[in-house]
Design a protein around this ligand. Structure first.
Ligand code: N2P
Length: 375
């Protein structure tokens, strides 16, 4: 489903349900326009389960309009232009940091977020590197970027493939073995370039051109074996068996596996956090400075911090969350899966994505574009 169709469908649905709710709660509600009873959110596709949005709507009478984005760059560009009409946006902590600096995010009204007490103080402290005193956002889901693979298709092509290593993607002798069953890389320049630099033993946040040249040289050898960079197609392509390997996000591997199971097509998908270390990301719930319904935005964010609610998101999407009180509601097989909640030994090798200076960003984007376009 394209982002456009999805949004239209939800709009229609939101209006119908608004009409039904008005009938139910009578005159007071029917006077409120559909507009003031809505919250416009934008996030990745498959990041807020329909059933969770349904319960929020039922509990609050506020209807959710969900618009998808396919890349952080797309979200950032839109937010910098302003007047998005969004009430809640889901940037990564890194992108949120840049948006704060230009005044594109509103400071949250902490009084309206009583469920904040459920959040994990360690994660809050961590996030204060991007958002001092945690004033502009609260953590939603987090995860790692690593090796998603189809063990059966991989084993047919290589015995003892190094699935715990980024060699699966960055070593041309290895990745070339899987070109025929389909290799994809998420279209996320800041994440993938940092991982590539780190793999080479270089500073992931370097602003040295020679470092970017080295990373580009490595990636150029990988490019002929990559089928696509379509972030939004990766889950379904893996689930159908149309890809056997991807450098992508931890939860998307779990989701692809669950989808294949549902389809009963015999496909199995696994994930590993690379032993060389990789990026850990934190996604942020925040409110644009010009949000049309800031009250509803706070109600939404507060609802998503209910322990059982956010645990149900983790249980469906295989991404850990930043809510300590939710852990007891997280299914044990997810809570104890070291590829979802990383074991301490792997955790110590993870690095968060940090802000880069303009020069570094320019070099990074140039290397990425050359890589992606094969030039
Ligand atoms: C989309 C998940 C995106 C998480 N399915 C990236 N931070």
């Amino acid at each position: 489903m394209s982002a456009k169709t999805g949004t239209r469908a939800l709009y229609r649905r939101a209006l119908n349900t608004t009409a039904a709710a008005c009938l139910l709660i009578g005159a007071a509600a029917s006077q409120a326009s559909a507009d003031s009873q809505q919250v416009n959110i934008t996030a990745w596709a498959e990041y807020f389960p329909r059933e969770v949005l349904d319960s929020f709507e039922a509990e609050t009478g506020i209807f959710v309009v969900y618009d998808y984005f396919d890349s952080l760059e797309q979200l950032e560009t839109k937010m910098l232009a302003g007047a998005t009409n969004y009430d809640v946006v889901l940037p990564s902590a890194l992108v949120a940091n840049r948006l704060m600096q230009v005044g594109a995010l509103a400071e949250l009204d902490q009084e309206k977020l009583p469920n904040r007490g459920n959040l994990d103080p360690k994660i809050m402290e961590f996030l204060s590197r991007h958002d001092e005193d945690n004033r502009f956002g609260v953590p939603y889901l987090w995860g790692t970027t690593g090796v998603i693979h189809n063990p059966a298709l991989i084993a047919e092509r290589m015995e003892n493939a190094p699935v715990e290593s980024l060699r699966m993607i960055f070593d041309p002798d290895v990745v070339s073995k899987f070109a025929d069953c389909g290799v994809a890389i998420i279209d996320s320049p800041e994440e993938i370039m940092a991982i590539a630099l780190n793999y080479l033993g270089l500073n992931p946040f370097t602003s040295d051109k020679a470092d970017f040249d080295k990373a580009y040289e490595m990636l150029a050898e990988v490019w002929p074996h990559v089928r696509h960079f379509k972030t939004a197609s990766i889950i379904n392509d893996l689930a159908r068996g149309d890809l056997c390997l991807a450098l992508g996000w931890s939860g998307d591997a779990g989701l692809a596996n669950a989808r294949a199971l549902e389809a009963g097509n015999g496909v199995e998908i696994a994930y590993s956090i690379p032993q060389e270390g990789t990026e850990v990301f934190f996604d942020f719930m925040s409110v644009p400075d010009d949000a049309p319904h800031p009250e509803n935005a706070h109600a939404f964010i507060n609802y998503m911090m209910k322990p059982d609610v956010i645990a149900s998101v983790t249980n469906l999407y295989y991404y850990p969350n930043g809510n300590q009180a939710s852990l007891e509601f997280v299914a044990p097989e997810i809570r104890n899966d070291p590829n979802v909640y990383p074991a301490p030994e792997r955790m110590s090798k993870l690095f968060p994505n940090l802000p880069r200076d303009q020069k570094s960003l320019r070099l990074l984007n140039r290397a990425w574009t050359r890589f992606k376009t094969g030039r």
